[in-house]
Design a protein around this ligand. Structure first.
Ligand code: PEP
Ligand code: MG
Length: 595
């Protein structure tokens, strides 16, 4: 049931947004006034220019001071490692483009500081809005929150602090800046809901690492709710219920208890190995986009990082990170994960990942264009810098290097030549690195799957990127909702491709892992075991869920089940058969909520 801004909120008004952080919270709304500041643009006379410029710089200085105060007020250990977000905001306040564009606008267009700043922010927003990649687009929110703070300081509005929340509540806000989130008193704030935002916004990431349920992207929730309105949020499914009825309340209370019980039960798996009843060990590792997600992978019991998507270091900045900066990030992750290995994937840009400063030409078909390893093999200097940084990082712990989107032998040879060159250079400079550094490739193109037997003897490990492999094998754009119904991990073609890849790896005696989303689905774990995967790498919260299943099944059962699945002709048949079998074989494992 949807309601508009004008209507009374009836009982059991369900709103659907984006589940940004899982869990259920039941409580009252605390409405935060975070609407855009009303800054009025005004024409100015030439003699007013200097005064407006000075007012603008005063607002910049005040904003910096406020952010420094936020920083120094953070003592919570979990939050300290997120302070880099505030640093990002401080850097935005020093951004030459922002400063020069605003000052230029005041001088040339003769508008007041608020007007000039608003125009500059609009220009920035337009650039970000055109970006297809969800993560990058979300970085717009950093500009928004800094811009909003600046505007408030310019017009003299006060900054409402979330440290002032004085009762246990579900925070409802138009948007929450990372600074807001950091100031939150975790004891008081049980959940939050926002009008805007996506799953990969910093705020969402922070909420997940703090374990606060959150639903974002609810569009106009702040115009609908009132302070102290009773509400329920289900961050797993992205639902907000306003004015719940007693029945809904009881239903969600039960779900909440089940969820919390299940989470507690999962924690028990943290320290245990990912081992089947018949003694087959699978390394469960974390996929990481941002260095600050490493801590979460650790708390969920990851035996290392199976995929560090290094391209995220290159996003949201005007120049690519140099060797020293990359080294520092890689080293930080490696030291944190020790003694477990960290798999660093070289830059995978292009396709759905867009890095504006790297100047990718417009392509009619970017998913099949100059992306991933193709891009690195073209931009040799960038590649060389990254290889040197990864090699140098290997002196500080266990590192594995992985090349994305390999489509054939020639690319492996070329990558190895580049790696050998970087190694030679470091040897000459007498810089230490791991001479035995394992070199692996992602298998995510149909050609790589088809020639997996030729590729396997060339490398130390395979990691199957099912997100792309499914897209390319089934010719289904992974980001297109119109063909999403065809995106089927259990398609017989995919099962056959996975079997070819695993067989090739086994015959060559190399390890084979999976780091696509398919690895995180407990329903598939038994058949992945049957196929012979040695490693499954996934988003951190998925690890205990998959481990829970692994520890209660026998690999032999997976092999046997797989034999039956291979006889079926459609993804629907495979899926129905698998689900029925899993429920029948393991009724207790598949009745838990949100597994
Ligand atoms: C994949 O394609 O499955 C994968 C893990 O890589 P990405 O999602 O980064 O393309
Ligand atoms: Mg991929």
């Amino acid at each position: 049931m949807m309601a508009s801004a004008k209507t009374e909120i009836v009982q059991d008004t369900f709103l659907i947004g984006i589940g940004a952080s899982p869990g259920i919270a039941i409580g009252e709304i605390f409405l935060v006034n975070r609407t855009r500041t009303a800054a009025v643009e005004r024409r100015i006379a030439p003699y007013e220019v200097q005064g407006e410029i000075e007012a603008f710089f005063e607002a910049v200085e005040l904003s910096k001071k406020q952010l420094e105060e936020v920083k120094s007020g953070v003592t919570d250990r979990q939050l300290v490692e997120h302070l880099y977000i505030i640093d990002t905001h401080l850097l935005i306040l020093d951004d030459q483009m922002l400063l020069e564009s605003t000052v230029g606008m005041i001088r040339e267009k003769l508008v007041n500081a608020e007007g000039a700043l608003k125009r500059t922010l609009k220009k920035f927003r337009e650039v970000f809005d055109k970006i297809e990649d969800e993560y990058l687009r979300e970085r717009r929110s950093d500009i928004d929150s800094v811009g909003d703070r600046l505007l408030r300081n310019l017009v003299g509005a006060s900054q409402q602090s979330l440290a002032e929340v004085d009762r246990k509540a579900i925070i409802a806000a138009h948007d929450l800046s990372p600074a807001d989130t950091m100031q939150m008193d975790k004891e008081q704030i049980i959940a939050f809901v926002t009008d805007v935002g996506g799953r990969t916004s910093h705020t969402a990431i922070l909420a997940r690492s703090l374990g606060i349920p959150a639903v974002v992207g609810l569009e106009s929730v702040t115009t609908m709710v009132r302070d102290r309105m009773p509400a329920i949020i289900d961050g797993t499914h992205g639902t907000l219920v306003l004015n719940p009825s007693p029945e809904t309340f009881r239903e969600y209370l039960k779900k909440k208890q089940q969820y919390e019980y299940f989470e507690k039960e999962l924690l028990a798996y943290r320290e245990l190995p990912g081992q089947t009843l018949d003694g087959f060990h699978v390394s469960l590792r974390g996929n990481v986009e941002l260095p600050e997600e490493v801590a979460l992978a650790q708390t969920q019991g990851a035996e290392g990082i199976g995929l560090f998507r290094s391209e995220f270091l290159f996003l949201n900045r005007s120049v690519p990170p140099d060797e020293e900066e990359q080294l520092a990030v890689y080293r930080g992750i490696i030291e944190k994960m020790a003694p477990h290995p960290v798999t660093i994937r070289t830059l995978d840009v292009g396709g759905d990942k867009f890095v504006p400063e790297i100047n990718l030409a417009d392509e009619a078909n970017p998913a099949m264009g100059l992306r991933a390893i193709r891009f690195s093999l073209k931009e040799r200097t960038l590649f060389h810098v990254q290889l040197r940084a990864i090699l140098r990082a290997s002196a500080f712990g266990q590192v594995r290097i992985m090349f994305p989107m390999i489509s054939g032998m020639a690319e492996i040879h070329e990558c190895k030549r580049c790696l050998a060159r970087a190694m030679d250079e470091l040897r000459q400079e007498q810089v230490l690195f791991d001479e035995e550094l394992p070199v692996g490739i992602m298998i995510e193109t149909p050609s790589a799957a088809l020639v997996a037997d030729l590729l396997a003897p060339e490398v130390d490990f395979f990691s199957v990127g099912t997100n792309d492999l499914i897209q390319y094998c089934l010719a289904v754009d992974r980001g297109n909702e119109h063909v999403a119904y065809l995106y089927e991990p259990l398609h017989p073609a995919i099962l056959r491709a996975l079997q070819m890849i695993c067989t090739a790896a086994k015959n060559a005696g190399i390890k084979v892992g999976m780091c696509g989303e398919m690895a995180a689905e407990p329903l598939y774990s038994l058949i992945l075991l049957g196929l012979g995967f040695d490693e499954l790498s996934m988003n951190a919260p998925g690890i205990p869920r998959v481990k829970r299943l692994l520890r209660q099944v026998r690999r032999e059962d997976g092999v046997q089940l797989l034999g039956q699945l291979f006889k079926l002709g459609t993804a629907q048949e495979v899926s129905a058969f698998l689900e029925a079998q899993m429920k029948q074989r393991y009724p207790d494992l598949f009745k838990a909520p949100s597994i």
